[in-house]
Design a protein around this ligand. Structure first.
Ligand code: SF4
Length: 469
């Protein structure tokens, strides 16, 4: 594009700016990174204006990380506050269309890098801001006017972050009094199919999107203003199971959008036909079989989970638009849902959270379970997690006791069976009986089932009996 010093195309979407090729890093794990879209009166917007508060690109030092906030104001006849999240969700796409500029994550954990090559072609963020706004107005024509402010000063970014978090909180709270049973339609989103082709994103009043950016109201606003766009209405259809959150309409859309890969999605289930996980989820849940509980780790947490895996490795296993049983990507706001994994025990199944996540969602964790959920300060591996849960008498501990009793009962049953049919069970001096099934004969055979049996054989010789001629 003639007007811009770098190329702009969707083909740059998957481009990564590695550390060696990076001029500067903006936001990310070592700093603060924010993006926010606000609807404003047309008169309050100076169209295409880019304002930079703090050091501009030319004032930045190569290889350094800077705090970063970008606040976009949008105006137009059809623009309303409900559209803010939906527009905000596209920031990721449009920034990544710019050659040599990498954007990851969303909302309050934005992470960007500008490559050396692109920084060599411009000395200001101004053309970058204009490029992104050009893309917005081309792709979302309901935006008639737009301006952006980039903040790169620590104090200013902190201030913007504090204000933005309140805005995000208010947006997320809007669905609090609305539930899945109160509406006839849910909303779907296909934005992430660009990198997770079988991902089927379903947004209901009780289930915010995985990326955390789109709730039911946002889906409704987006589908209304752009019916051909990536957000669309899903007729709920018939309720098949209220606990798991299974609806015929959701199953139909799952089949259609995944090209037959899945035929069911149960909105509030962790294990059975769970929601697909694209890759931009804010939190990933993981089953810990040793304690029969579920741990959750968020993107911001840099450490290891008790299973010895960190967020990025787990995200790699979970993403791609699949239904991975034992892992589940969610938006943070799903913790606030009254239907939070209700098919699998809800909060009573949660055994571990990083402390930053536990503090963040503190108000929604039921009081009777809060102290029973471990963090990295209580448990860093399976053994310490088990000991913690046992000491706190976490609800999952009751399931261990029940499982042990069941096992014991099974063992007793087996002992009775041994006594009743000694020929079939291995014992001291056991010799393999000559059985029709072992010689491949056709006499019906015998089925041997060994449960919890330990068999030690020093030597076994199997030879074919020669027929006498
Ligand atoms: S996670 Fe879902 S709602 Fe969010 S952008 Fe991706 S497809 Fe859309």
């Amino acid at each position: 594009m003639a007007d811009f010093p770098f190329e702009i195309s969707p083909m740059f979407e998957g481009e990564r700016v590695r550390k060696e090729g990076m001029f500067v890093e903006l936001g990310g794990p070592k700093s603060l990174g924010l993006e926010l879209v606000r609807a404003a009166d047309m008169d309050a917007i100076v169209d295409d204006q880019v304002t930079i508060v703090g050091p501009d690109l030319k004032d930045m030092e190569e290889g350094k990380t800077y705090p970063w906030a970008m606040i976009f104001n949008i105006g137009g006849e059809l623009v309303e506050a409900d559209l803010e999240s939906v527009v905000e969700r596209r920031v990721h796409d449009f920034i990544n269309y710019c050659q040599g500029i990498m954007h990851l994550n969303q909302r309050y954990d934005v992470w960007m890098r500008v490559s050396k090559d692109t920084a060599g072609k411009m000395d200001s963020f101004e053309p970058f801001g204009r490029a992104v706004m050009m893309l917005f107005k081309t792709e979302l024509p309901f935006i008639e006017k737009m301006q952006v402010t980039f903040y790169t000063e620590q104090a200013e970014v902190e201030k913007q972050m504090t204000e933005a978090k309140e805005i995000f909180k208010a947006r997320d709270a809007r669905t609090k009094d609305l539930h899945d049973e109160d509406v006839d339609v849910f909303y779907g989103c296909t934005l992430c199919q660009s990198f997770a082709p079988t991902n089927v994103c379903v947004v209901s009043p009780d289930r915010v999107s995985l990326c955390g950016a789109i709730n039911w109201f946002d889906g409704r606003a987006a589908a209304k203003v752009d019916p051909e766009g990536p957000q669309f209405e899903i007729a709920k259809g018939e309720l098949l199971d209220a606990v798991t959150g299974e609806y015929t309409g959701v199953n139909d859309i799952a089949k259609k959008l995944s090209a037959g890969e899945f035929d069911k999605i149960k909105l509030h289930s962790f294990f059975d036909s769970p929601h697909t996980s694209c890759g931009c989820f804010e939190v990933v849940g993981f089953y810990i079989p040793e304690v029969d509980g579920i741990g959750w780790v968020n993107r911001e947490y840099q450490g290891m989970s008790p299973n010895g895996i960190g967020f990025s490795t787990m995200a790699g296993q979970t993403g791609g638009g699949k239904q991975i049983v034992g892992f589940l990507g969610i938006g943070v706001n799903y913790f606030y849902s009254p239907k939070f994994i209700q098919a699998d025990g809800g909060w009573n199944r949660v055994v571990w959270l990083p402390s930053i996540l536990k503090e963040k969602i503190d108000e929604t964790i039921p009081a009777d379970i809060k102290d029973k959920i471990a963090t990295e300060n209580d448990a860093t591996d399976i053994a310490s997690l088990k000991a913690f849960l046992e000491a706190k008498n976490h609800p999952v501990v009751a399931t261990w006791v029940a499982a042990e009793e069941e096992e014991e009962e099974e063992e007793e049953e087996e002992e009775v069976a041994v006594a009743a049919s000694p020929m079939m069970m291995p014992a001291a001096g056991f010799q393999m009986p000559a059985m029709p099934m072992m010689s491949g004969g056709s006499g019906g055979g015998i089925k041997l089932t060994f449960k919890n049996a330990k068999i030690t054989i020093d030597k076994m010789i199997i030879s074919q009996k020669k027929e006498k001629k």
